[in-house]
Design a protein around this ligand. Sequence first.
Ligand SMILES: [Mg+2]
Length: 130
Amino acid sequence: MAILLSFDIDGTLEVGDPPGGITMEMVRRAYEAGYLIASCSDRALSSQKAMWARYNIPAVFTASKHQLPNMRAAITADAYYHIGDRDTDEQIAAENGFGFWWNHEGVSEPWLTLQTPHGVQTPGGEDVSG
Ligand SMILES: [Mg+2]
């Protein structure tokens, strides 16, 4: 079962400019729990890749916001979620079938509850069993 978490950076992650409340330790915890980690940000892809390399977290993709549809097609997962701080984040998530959390919601690591005894909870609320 795979759940993909796509993180915006600026205003969302602690390493963003401005910093957001989601720490790299939270992201690492998700990675170590088996989540697929990615970033989708207005930052240059080279900057996104450098960030993941610096924290030694292998991202399944780094993308600009308009590339999110392609990324969804390229990466197989049971459920897709995006976390960000702007209306555009919420919008691209909705347009591409990603669940969405605001940056301030992400600080409670809501993704950790998506793995249920029955499988994975999708953005639509149903469980996908596996
Ligand atoms: Mg942002």
